[in-house]
Write a protein that binds this ligand. Structure first.
Ligand SMILES: [Zn+2]
Length: 71
């Protein structure tokens, strides 16, 4: 039986982006401009504490985008 381990995340998609949602992201979509950034900014995002990708259990916080960019 194959597991789903092939979904290894090397580049974390922006919170709220379609790519992130496909990976199980539960961050706010509209607040993050669908992955484009908070209020249209490209470097700030809201992340949800229960997001399996971006959350770390501390509640809402700003997520600073690193290398990933999906323009
Ligand atoms: Zn997320």
């Amino acid at each position: 039986m194959e597991t789903d381990m092939r979904r290894m995340i090397t580049i974390v998609p922006s919170p709220g982006s379609d790519a992130a949602i496909a990976l199980g992201c539960t961050c706010p979509v509209l607040d993050n401009g669908h992955g484009r950034g908070y209020m249209g900014r490209s470097e700030q995002f809201w992340v949800s504490a229960d997001c399996p990708i971006h959350g770390d259990g501390t509640g809402h916080q700003q997520y600073h985008k690193e290398a990933a960019d999906e323009r």
